[in-house]
Design a protein around this ligand. Structure first.
Ligand code: OFO
Length: 162
């Protein structure tokens, strides 16, 4: 049985993951509106990944005899100055989520909850990957600056994401 403290923290993380999904879904709309459909596609794939992150914790909580408690999802931004600012926001958000995962590990350690520590290891690895992806795209956007041809090249590349 999971401790009440751990249960509450994992329910909060389910909400954070849904917010991540919501943020990227919103951003996908922003890029689609600008006809940058590759960026939009990349973000839709990311939106699905975030939903899967939420579901993974949801299932784990049930497996451990915990109670799922869904909360209201905060409204995400819907527009950004430019693609670079949008991906700066992606990177900042992923860093924020990494901090949240680290906090969960600290709670699990304090609760001596080894199963949750083991489950969270997957998220620790995932965050390394997600921060690296966002950083790479942001660096490319910084490289191309205001050049439309460069932006369209990145758009084509992001459109290939499986
Ligand atoms: Fe973007 O990794 Fe979950 O939130």
């Amino acid at each position: 049985m999971i401790s009440p403290k751990m249960e509450e923290a994992l329910n909060n993380q389910i909400n954070e993951e849904f917010y991540s999904a919501y943020l990227y879904f919103s951003m996908a709309g922003y890029f689609a509106e600008k006809n940058l459909l590759g960026f939009s596609h990349w973000l839709i794939v990311q939106y699905h990944e975030e939903l899967a992150h939420a579901e993974k914790i949801y299932k784990y909580l049930i497996e451990r005899g915990g109670k799922v408690k869904l909360m209201a999802i905060k409204q995400p931004d819907s527009s950004w100055e430019n693609p670079k600012e949008a991906f700066g926001a992606v990177l900042n958000h992923e860093k924020y989520i990494t901090g949240k995962i680290n906090e969960l590990v600290e709670i699990a350690e304090a609760e001596k909850d080894r199963a949750t520590i083991a489950m969270l290891q997957w998220y620790i690895n995932e965050q390394v990957e997600e921060e690296a992806k966002a950083q790479e795209i942001l660096a490319k956007l910084e490289m191309v600056g205001d050049h439309a041809a460069g932006l369209l090249m990145i758009d084509r590349e992001l459109g290939q994401r499986k």
